[in-house]
Design a protein around this ligand. Sequence first.
Ligand SMILES: [Ca+2]
Length: 129
Amino acid sequence: MTRTRPVKRLTTLLTALAVSLGTALATSTAAEAAPCRSGYFCVWTDANFEGMKIEHGGDDHWWEGDMSNEDSSWANHGISGPNVPDHVKIYDGRELIGDVTLCLAPGQEVGYDGGANDRGSSHTWSVGC
Ligand SMILES: [Ca+2]
C-alpha cells in the first residue's frame, strides 16, 4: 500500500504538468497565427488581419488599385532557411520605388502600423531588411 502512493502522486504531477504545457502551447499558437498560408506573405485592407486579403507566394511589383495604398495589416509566413529570401519589403510606390514602409522578418505579423498604414504599393522577398 505504502509503495504505490508515491507512484500515484508522481503520475498525478506529470499529468498536471502535461495539461498545463498543452494549454500554454495552445494559447501562444492562437495569439500568433494570422490566417495566412505557410509560405505566403499576406496583406489585408483593414487592421488586425481583417477586410480584403491578398496572399502572395512571390513578388508583386504592381499592387492592384483595391490594395495599393489600402494595406493595414501584414503577415509574413514565408519559409526560412540559409540564403532564402524569407523577409518581405513593402514599398511606398509601385515597381519597388520610394521608401520601404515596412520590412517583415519570417513569422512576423503586424496587426497595425501607423507609419505604414495605407501606403504600400509593391513588395519583394529579400534575404534581409
Ligand atoms: Ca486600409
